[in-house]
Design a protein around this ligand. Structure first.
Ligand SMILES: [Zn+2]
Length: 466
């Protein structure tokens, strides 16, 4: 059984070993583990091997690589805290984004360089630096007192940046091995260096492509215009019928049927998030904001579903003029979804509605280009509240809460297969330039992050998990 002394010792170890932690992080950062490029396959493998050795040296058991149809996953565990202690699953990813355009980097992308308070390198923030903060917190306990206050399973992915194509199958096949009371991810940015953030929800997605065809070939509008329906005119009329121009509500029947409304307490929680409408207007440069009636900008981008048209390929778009009636036109449309909307159901409602309003003068074809389940975790769950308390101790400030508009498929998949809440923590900053040249990590957040996670393991162990 671990004690409060262990946490004091772990914190002392973390403070004493900051330089060594940084050097270990450098070793991992120097491996160009770009998941999307064929020429980096051996590097991905080398990064996975590095992690297996690190976890073994740190004192975790069964550290090993698991081969998938793509890049390997790394797993390790420490289950000696006893059956009354909770089991925490730590998730991170060791793959990184490509580095082009190379000429915009001020220093080589895979050579870690410290300038002032920042560490520059691809992966410094997303996610090697943040992932290692979680692991260095484990090391601090294990090296200082030989034990952890709770049971831990570690799962590190090598395909997050290519949308985790093999995670769902791996989770399904290993659900017993991965069984846990809570999951923590540290792969996000906080509001600013003094305002930590806990993300407790993500929107899902249903991305559709529609093709509208009329005549068997392109036609001259002088000869045939007026006698045949122009597929582009039809498409534009149909697209306009997807959304009410005043209320901005999506007009697909049944679209809102399973949308979970938020209560007053959650509304107040989200309203406390700094920034708000002014910030949104400033960031986007739009003359005025718009969105679904009855909801704030924060609500519209987090707890409400939306529909956006991304492109309308077809017809003549080059310079000059051409009086064509195009034979085939299309549109790319995505819908951001919230709990409890089901992407499969939304796809069929979308198709059914557009077929019902299409005139008999055209043929329609649909393709789904991608789907992700929405996810939300109860922000009052003890595992989430423990993270809030840990941030308070590590950063000296309680976090603000948010549900984000984007989608991370792996979060919904872990909730689905493991039935445990996912705590989405973060140590990055909005200007870390992740996925871009000169990615960087704010080092004070790295060190405070390690201490925050030491507190997190302690608070989670002391609390009662349901
Ligand atoms: Zn990431």
């Amino acid at each position: 059984m671990a004690s409060g002394t262990d946490t004091v010792d772990a914190l002392a170890y973390a403070r004493k070993n900051q330089t060594i932690f940084l050097e270990r992080l450098f070793e991992l950062l120097r491996i160009p583990s770009i998941s999307t490029l064929a020429e980096n396959v051996a590097d991905i493998d080398r990064a996975a091997d590095w992690l297996v050795s690190y976890l073994t040296e740190t004192g975790l058991s069964n550290a090993q690589k698991y081969q998938t149809a793509g890049h390997p996953l790394v797993y390790a565990e420490w289950l000696e805290a006893g059956s009354s202690a909770p089991v925490l699953l730590i998730y991170g990813h060791y793959d990184v984004q490509p580095v082009d355009p190379l000429d915009l980097w001020h220093t080589p992308p895979f050579e870690p360089v410290v300038k002032g308070d920042h560490l520059y390198c691809r992966g410094a923030s997303d996610d090697k630096g943040q992932m290692m903060a979680l692991l260095f917190a484990l090391e601090s306990y294990l090296k200082a007192s030989g034990r952890l206050p709770l049971n831990v399973k570690v799962l590190l992915e090598g395909e997050e940046e290519i949308l985790s194509p093999n995670m769902d199958a791996f989770l399904a096949a290993h659900r017993e091995q991965l069984a846990c009371d809570a999951i923590v991810i540290c792969d996000d940015s906080i509001f600013d260096a003094n305002t930590p953030v806990i993300t407790y929800g993500l929107r899902g997605n249903c991305y559709m492509e529609i093709e509208v065809s009329g005549p068997s070939q392109d036609l001259h509008s002088g000869s045939f215009g007026g006698a045949v329906d122009n597929p582009l005119n039809v498409l534009v009329r149909m697209l306009a019928a997807l959304q009410d121009s005043n209320t901005h509500r999506v007009l697909i029947p049944g679209f809102y049927e399973h949308v979970r409304e938020i209560d007053e307490a959650e509304r107040a929680l989200l309203t406390a998030y700094p920034g708000g409408e002014e910030q949104t207007q400033l960031l986007t440069g739009v003359p005025a904001l718009a969105g679904e009636s009855g909801y704030s900008a924060i609500e519209r981008t987090s707890v409400r579903p939306t529909l956006d048209i991304h492109g309308i390929p077809g017809g003549f778009t080059a310079k000059g003029k051409k009086t064509v009636i195009p034979a085939h036109v299309g549109a790319k449309i995505s819908m951001r979804l919230v709990p409890d909307q089901d992407p499969d159901e939304i796809q069929s409602l979308f198709e059914k509605y557009l077929r019902s309003i299409a005139p008999p003068t055209v043929h329609l074809e649909f393709r789904c280009l991608g789907k992700a389940l929405p996810a939300v975790v109860d922000y009052r769950h003890p595992a989430v509240q423990a993270a809030a308390e840990a941030y308070q101790r590590g950063f000296g400030a309680f976090p603000v809460y948010t549900r984000t508009g984007g989608s991370i498929a792996v979060v919904a998949e872990m909730i689905h297969w493991l039935g445990a809440p996912v705590v989405m923590a973060g140590l990055g900053l909005p200007d870390d330039q992740i996925h871009a040249p000169n990615e960087r990590f704010y080092l004070p957040n790295f060190y405070r992050g390690i201490e925050t996670m030491i507190h997190y393991y302690d608070i989670l162990a002391a609390g009662r998990m349901p």
